[in-house]
Ligand binder design. Structure first.
Ligand code: PEP
Length: 231
């Protein structure tokens, strides 16, 4: 049987602190009941301490959306791995929006993964092509999950096919090792999520927009749970 699916909710640059608290209030009672899914909520930095405090003593995990490639020091505006220590269990690294809008390179992404591993924070690394998978080979032992997120599928309502996502998941595992979880992201929603999580090499999903509304996010988790029961 497949292990607990991993669901990494990427809130991107959305939600004030007030909106964050409202989201948690609405979702927490149901989220707290879910046992068979590793749920990771990744809010913006400003909301992180609130989400961590509100989900304390529950099974729900919290993640950051990025981290500095530097350690503490003269790097104005940066958030280091040491600052995230104790606040998060996970961190998204190398999201295509960061590669594109902030010119993040493969080398910088590897430096971030190394920094996070020093604090035992789990890296969920986003890739969209084979070169980006290969660039992770030297840090493969420091990665928890790799999310295949094709650029055409992010924010477009045009997901990749489950068959192609499965092929990429197999390549991720072949290149980086079976210990790395391969997950899929790109226009995942409650109606299509099970088609991805049912693939043998796909261990979870990374929803963006489908995690912003608590009702839709709970529907997405329910779709995974129902599929697992019938699988
Ligand atoms: C993402 O945030 O990485 C993402 C895939 O967004 P969406 O689910 O909205 O396409």
């Amino acid at each position: 049987m497949k292990k607990k699916p991993l669901v990494v909710a990427n809130w991107k640059a959305t939600k004030t602190i007030k909106e964050t608290i409202e989201w948690v209030k609405m979702a927490k009672p149901k989220l707290g009941e879910i046992t068979g899914i590793e749920i990771v909520i990744c809010p913006p930095f400003t909301s992180l301490p609130f989400v961590t405090a509100l989900f304390k003593d529950t099974r729900v995990k919290v993640g950051a959306q990025s981290v500095s490639r530097f350690s503490d020091g003269p790097y104005t505006g940066e958030i280091s791995s040491a600052m995230l220590d104790g606040l998060v269990d996970y961190c998204i690294v190398g999201h295509s929006e960061r590669r594109r809008n902030f010119a993040e390179t493969n080398e910088e992404i590897n430096a971030k993964i190394k920094n996070l591993s020093e604090f035992k924070i789990k890296s969920v690394v986003c890739i969209s092509n084979l070169n980006e998978i290969r660039s992770l080979e030297s840090v493969r032992d420091k990665i928890t999950a790799v999310a295949y997120e094709p650029l055409f599928a992010i924010g477009t309502d045009k997901p990749d096919t489950p068959e192609n996502a499965e092929k990429m998941a197999m390549l991720i595992k072949k290149s980086l090792g079976e210990q790395v979880k391969a997950i899929y992201g790109g226009s995942v929603d409650p109606s299509n999520v099970a088609k991805f999580t049912r693939q043998p090499s796909i261990s979870g999903v990374l929803p963006g927009r489908a995690s912003w509304n608590p009702g839709i996010f709970l529907d997405l988790l329910e779709a995974i749970r129902l599929n697992d029961q019938t699988a």
